[in-house]
Write a protein of this length. Structure first.
Length: 313
């Protein structure tokens, strides 16, 4: 929707207050021996906050959440909450194979001060909508935090999925897909206020062009290019889509580099260009040799869109 001055307006009451904007689906940085690197978590967050991010989505896909133990995910939540200190929003992704683990993680997120809880649908087991409904019901009822459905690599069926928003505390959705029409149809069917975030970095400006559908973005590239996403968001909010497209073009040049290899250790290596050592990705991905790391850092540097050691300035 549009405000009186023609700019876009977003939900602002209750749990939606100050939620709109770009979020990093924060990478979980590791040391060389695959322990959680808490110092690098702080670096990633400070860089993102300085770059204009609204907040961080913790231990999601980009954060290798399913490759972490429950204890490690709690460690990430605690560290992020200590760094945030109310300066940004924290969305704790708690999706797990076991719903009981998700519930335990949700309670920890609430305990340490996260703002929202989120989860993917059941993994491996429970591959029906009714199982998904029960999974979300049990997690959302475990705390009083608002809950965000994470629609990841799944079809969105508006007449079916609208039922999810009848569950206690379900207030939004992170949609990592390209059927924005389906999201728009779903939002029309809701009888209450909700917030939606786009999960495809390369299509952020496209998502915001729908005006009253998406309130921001949550993605991997925001770890590296926070200012780009903040600028896209600000441009779209004032209906300057021509300028937003210019920033989106630079984002997409980066995305093309980032997805050039299936090994997530490659794109984690890209963080070294901005001055943050995030370590390798966990198995089944493989660590890189020093020569391979240098190659990937150079590919980021050659784009010329973010200065070297930008996170250290």
């Amino acid at each position: 929707m549009k405000g009186k001055n023609g700019t876009l307006t977003l939900p602002q009451s209750g749990c939606f207050k100050d939620m709109g904007g770009p979020y990093a689906a924060m990478m979980t940085p590791f040391t060389k021996d695959y322990r959680i690197n808490e110092g690098a978590i702080e670096q990633l967050m400070e860089y993102g906050i300085a770059g204009g991010l609204r907040g961080f989505y913790l231990t999601g896909s980009s954060g290798e959440g399913m490759l972490l133990s429950v204890a490690e995910r709690k460690q990430v939540f605690r560290r992020a909450a200590r760094v945030a200190k109310g300066r940004c929003k924290l969305i704790a992704h708690v999706g797990a194979v076991r719903t009981d683990d998700s519930i335990e993680l949700a309670r920890e997120a609430a305990k340490v001060g996260c703002d929202w809880v989120s989860s993917v649908a059941p993994v491996y087991f429970g591959q029906t909508f009714e199982a998904q409904y029960r999974h979300y019901r049990d997690i959302s009822e475990a705390t009083d935090l608002p809950f965000m459905v994470y629609c990841f690599r799944a079809s969105l069926v508006p007449d079916r999925d609208v039922r999810l928003f009848d569950l206690k505390n379900v207030k939004g959705m992170k949609y990592t897909g390209g059927d924005y029409y389906a999201v728009q149809c779903l939002k029309r069917r809701l009888n209450k206020e909700a917030i939606f975030f786009a999960g495809r970095d390369e299509q952020f400006a496209c998502a915001m062009a729908l005006g009253n559908v998406f309130s921001g973005a949550i993605g991997t590239s925001e770890n590296f290019l926070p200012r780009h996403f903040a600028n896209i968001y600000e441009c779209c909010m004032r209906n300057d889509f021509a300028q937003a497209a210019k920033w989106q073009d630079e984002v997409n040049r980066f995305v093309e580099v980032m997805i050039a290899d299936e090994n997530w250790s490659c794109w984690k290596a890209l963080a070294k260009h901005i001055g943050i050592d995030c370590g390798p990705a966990r198995r089944p991905y493989e660590p890189l040799s020093q020569a391979e790391e240098r190659k990937w850092v150079k590919r980021f540097a050659d784009l010329g869109i973010v200065p070297k050691n930008a996170a250290l300035r």
